[in-house]
Ligand binder design. Structure first.
Ligand code: SPV
Ligand code: MN
Length: 603
């Protein structure tokens, strides 16, 4: 069983700062006047000690506190350009950052949970004993900041004051990481003390890219100390490995929900989006594994709230509430085009937004391009492997793609036309009426089905399957992706499942959500046709969500089957008519026929 503040606090042990007085002496010795003044506005002793120990351990030349003011944010961007972590591209306020060719995704083979003796972790995750982690951090992070500026930011994972929002420190030598945090997270510098008080805790993240060389990558590590809710990351730059406010802290939030707030909260790898019809908005929270179209699905709603993470809780009035711990997207750009993602495309291609591009192709005019963008593509440019030209191959003779399949854009949600900022910033959260679970299942489950009861809903979540995607270095094959959250579940999966049953069956949850399975990856070949082409189109998701919205409002029920309620042909035909699309009965039969053998095999 996980215990907090158990075992050696590695950061304190290496930093050696134990009292507030020592911390103050260190600030006086190591920081300029402005930084000291900024630190003096923080009074939480634990946070000041974390900061002092991070400075002491990494030994930077300078320290910079990013309060989130316009001036500080601008300084971060200027530093990033001067340092070369980012460069400007043609459009104003757009920059590009390249990660090393061999670090284009999460380095799951070098990602570990730091554990105490006897502590269990998920069998699918890697763990490292506390004393070995202590050695590893000590030998790689002591002095890693020499010659650099250490940047410190105070963030909130969620709207200030929301029940499930948690404050966190991001401490990094990387200007790109801090710039990304500026776009993706809410600053809470001015209310940090109160927020720590309210939440009862905060998370800490310490990162340094070190020299940023390919030869150091085997030594790169992402280490997460579950007991001290502190992450350590070194010798890497990809945001999934370094901006641990995101998935590092998500893992701690999963721990909190599972072990300390059981049946009260959940922390999920889900988008949040709403559909408004006749003046009423129905909010959805939807899980999908990394690289399976979560961002695109979220943006099909009329009231977009988040594309990656959701903190859910049961409110005192018995409703299910959700917040997005983030306020920006770090989205995959492959296949983002005007047809499938009009709002995102507008934010990316029209002046006005601040955008960080990563691992795309920059052409000779400084314009970013990516595979599947629906535009004419340039013949040459610079990408994640250096100079690129059409037909370029790597050492093994394989063609080098124009952009990496995990190339991304970082942009504030307020730049997205259908973002409902009022709902997203509401500390009461949005009321979640529908939960969806989707994966990449080519041959078994229908496009949409509704669980018969909460237990069934939990099982649908537990059964998600996905093909490997480009979001993890070295991932291969189809694998189970329970709740699409498996890569971020630190503890044994049965604990997580138990927490799901306890949450959705809770007597306190008076307004039970509709729980549904979604699958838009059925192929023609799997339904008696030819080829791997998809049955239906990506944009049909609006119909599946539209049907669920009607189920949530009690306007449709569907046909009861052993795998849940499936829509009637008449209901779907009417919904397709609303998007001016014919929906032949023959296609419905293919999509909703139950392939019992496949279903049994899957069970
Ligand atoms: C994902 O891979 O699920 C992402 C990007 O959202 S990151 O987790 O930051 O690598
Ligand atoms: Mn994700």
């Amino acid at each position: 069983m996980l215990k907090l503040k158990e075992g050696v606090d590695i950061l304190a042990a290496i930093g050696g700062v134990n009292t507030l007085r020592e911390a103050e002496e260190l600030f006086q010795a190591r920081c300029d006047r402005e930084t000291i003044e900024k630190l003096h506005r923080i009074s939480n002793a634990e946070a000041l000690l974390k900061i002092a120990n991070a400075i002491s351990m990494t030994d930077p030349d300078r320290v910079f506190v990013n309060t989130g003011s316009d001036a500080d944010r601008k300084r971060v961007r200027i530093m990033s350009m001067a340092k070369g972590e980012e460069r400007p591209v043609a459009m104003r306020d757009h920059t590009v950052h390249f990660d090393l060719a061999l670090e284009q995704a999460r380095i799951i083979d070098r990602t570990y949970y730091i554990v105490n003796p006897g502590e269990n972790t998920s069998v699918l995750a890697k763990s490292i004993p506390r004393d070995s982690a202590h050695d590893s951090v000590g030998s790689h992070m002591a002095g890693i900041g020499k010659g650099k500026t250490l940047l410190i930011g105070f963030f909130s994972r969620g709207p200030t004051g929301a029940k499930a929002a948690i404050p966190a420190l991001e401490i990094t030598t990387s200007t790109y990481v801090m710039h990304s945090a500026d776009i993706l997270y809410r600053h809470v510098y001015r209310h940090f003390d109160e927020e720590v008080e309210r939440a009862g805790l905060f998370f800490t993240n310490v990162h340094s890219e070190g020299p940023n060389r390919t030869e150091d990558l085997p030594e790169a590590r992402v280490l997460m100390d579950r007991s001290w809710q502190t992450t350590y990351s070194f010798l890497c730059t990809y945001a999934g490995n370094t901006l641990l406010l995101k998935k590092g802290n998500h893992r701690f939030a999963v721990d909190l929900a599972t072990y300390f707030r059981r049946a009260e909260e959940l922390s999920e790898h889900m988008f949040l989006t709403g559909i408004t019809r006749d003046g009423q908005t129905t909010f959805f929270a939807g899980a999908a594994p990394s690289g399976c179209g979560k961002t695109t699905t979220a943006m099909t709603g009329t009231d977009f709230v988040g594309d990656d993470l959701a903190q859910l809780w049961i409110a005192d009035d018995g409703t299910l509430r959700g917040i997005n711990p983030e306020k920006g997207i770090f989205g995959i750009v492959r296949d983002v085009n005007r047809e499938s993602d009009p709002y995102l495309m507008k934010a990316l291609r029209e002046e006005g937004a601040e955008v960080i591009w990563t691992n795309v192709l920059i052409d000779v005019h400084g314009v970013p391009y990516w595979v599947g963008n629906g535009e004419e593509l340039p013949e040459r440019g610079v990408n994640f492997q250096g100079e690129w030209w059409h037909g370029k191959t790597d050492e093994s003779g394989k063609p080098v793609p124009l952009s990496h399949p995990n190339a991304r854009c970082t942009v504030d949600c307020t730049e997205i036309y259908n973002y409902n900022e009022t709902a997203a910033e509401d500390p009461r959260g949005v009321e979640v009426r529908v939960i969806t679970y989707s994966g990449r299942d080519s041959d078994t489950m229908p496009p949409v089905r509704v669980a018969q009861d909460p237990d069934h809903g939990v099982v649908i979540g537990a059964s998600i399957l996905s093909a490997a995607t480009a979001t993890e270095v070295g991932a291969k094959g189809v694998r189970r992706q329970p709740w699409a959250n498996e890569p971020f579940i630190a503890g044994p999966l049965h604990d997580y499942m138990d927490a799901q049953f306890a949450f959705f069956n809770s007597d306190r949850l008076k307004r039970k959500p509709v729980m549904a399975g979604l699958n838009y990856f059925l192929t023609h070949a799997a339904r008696g046709g030819e080829g791997k082409g998809l049955l239906g189109e990506k944009r049909d998701v609006t119909v599946w969500l539209g049907w669920l919205e009607r189920v949530a409002r009690g306007e449709c029920k569907g046909i009861e089957t052993p795998i849940g309620y499936i829509p009637t042909y008449a209901d779907l035909k009417a919904l397709f008519a609303e998007i001016d699309k014919p929906y032949p009965k023959e296609l419905y039969d293919k999509q909703f026929a139950l392939y019992v053998d496949n279903i049994l095999a899957s069970i």
